[in-house]
Design a binder for this molecule. Structure first.
Ligand code: ZN
Length: 182
């Protein structure tokens, strides 16, 4: 379909709450999923970053996220919802395509259970933990649907650093260690 412009920090659309998708078979939802896929693939190719993207990042206020885990098939989640979250929390490195020049440490739940629909409208449930860093990734993308950005979840402002410093000092031990080129 199309590579769309990724909205950048400061664009008010990133702070809006998204609406539930009611008609998953609607042509605009199919087009949205295809655009999210193309846009994510483009960012991954040009920057080495991009494990997931959420609809508001391309200016669409619908509850749709799209993930691309290393070595796995592209994965669209419609109306994803966290139905269970572990009390235990972890601190992880995070970043966002809407402000890729900075990296930061954020706090997340160690495990979450997410309910969602696929592009055919079938209901699914996924239990996510540290494997493939899926839990934090889902929390990051679902936050986008509620107008929440990872900068809102910074544990210590002193951890905020530039992309260059992150790559030099911290990337190897972060969830981004395996992201590049996959
Ligand atoms: Zn993001």
């Amino acid at each position: 379909m199309a590579v769309r412009t990724v909205r950048q920090l400061g664009d008010p659309v990133l702070r809006e709450k998204c609406q539930e998708v009611e008609d998953i078979s609607a042509p605009e939802i199919r087009a949205l999923v295809a655009d999210l896929q193309d846009t994510l693939a483009y960012w991954r190719k040009t920057t080495g970053y991009g494990r997931g993207i959420a609809a508001p990042q391309i200016g669409v206020l619908q509850r749709v996220i799209f993930l691309r885990l290393p070595g796995e098939d592209p994965w669209a989640l419609i109306n994803p919802k966290i139905i269970e979250a572990s009390a235990e929390r972890i601190v992880v490195w995070d970043a966002c395509l809407s402000f890729l020049s900075i990296f930061m440490q954020v706090e997340r739940n160690r495990h979450v259970t997410v309910q969602y629909q696929d592009v055919q409208g079938n209901q699914h449930e996924v239990q996510a933990g540290e494997l493939r860093d899926l839990s934090e990734l889902l929390q990051h993308e679902i936050d986008h649907l509620n107008g929440i950005l990872c900068i809102d979840r910074v544990t210590d402002l002193k951890t905020v650093c530039t992309k260059e410093e992150f790559e030099k000092r911290y990337r190897a031990a972060s969830p981004y260690a395996v992201s590049a080129g996959q």
